[in-house]
Design a protein around this ligand. Sequence first.
Ligand code: P6P
Length: 290
Amino acid sequence: MSTTLPSEPEIIEAVMNTVAYTATEVRQGLIGRRGTVDAENPSGETQLEADVWADRLLRERLSNVDGVAEYASEESDRILECGDSAGLSVATDPLDGSSNLQSNNTMGTIVGVYDEPLPARGTRLVAAAYVLYGPIVTMMIATDEGVSEYELGGGERSLIEDDVTLPDEPVVYGVGGRAQHWPAAIVDYVREIETELKLRYGGAMIGDVNQVMTYGGLFAYPTLEPHPEGKLRLQFEGNPIGYILEQAGGASSNGHRSLLEVEPTELHQRTPVYIGNEEYIERLEAALAD
Ligand code: P6P
């Protein structure tokens, strides 16, 4: 008997529901999992027990969603083949900003849903989402229809806003890494925008991105002198967040073009990440072009 795949919207809905109810467990599981394990992720970062916990939960559940063909995560160097190859590919950063667990600050979970095998170009995203573990656990979900925000509790998600767009009057900015490692053009650009915007940088991308989604402005993790390719991962962080910002009426860039246009070469490749209001992205690309 031939089994037909659910429709693309049905698969996306099932993925998002799975992430929503798993997020409640991830958050509860942070308690007692602040230690490190004797292992590194493929990017060479020491893993926390919480990283491994979140990845295991999401891997077990998302790989069993009907219509998911592949599961990949920032925490593992192998892609899990898990269903009909005609299905969708899910890429996750299970616990983004887990280093904030030591200081009890915000963290997140990031998910990208691609309609091609990984690694895939960001233009192949059909949905993306992030969960923010803040005072309240919220979830931002973007599809080609737009961006919606939910509150998560008890495994359920309740709608807060079904048409999230970036505010027109930007207010905040945050730039990662050490200033002495930024390219000169970024130093000059930051000197300019810090007279216009307020500094908001918390060390976990999702917390900082949610500031921009809420108040408007710019988040950047630029190329650094010791890391010319940048720090953040294209498949698991740059593409999904770039997609969400662009669906919310903002812009994304690797310094020269939309993050979604960046050619994928390998699963854990890094990229500079610039996202926010179009005006600030255009000014940044002009500054880097000079
Ligand atoms: P830094 C967390 O480790 C992360 O991958 C992102 O969530 C965050 O934006 C960045 O790294 C923080 O890096 O160098 O400021 O600690």
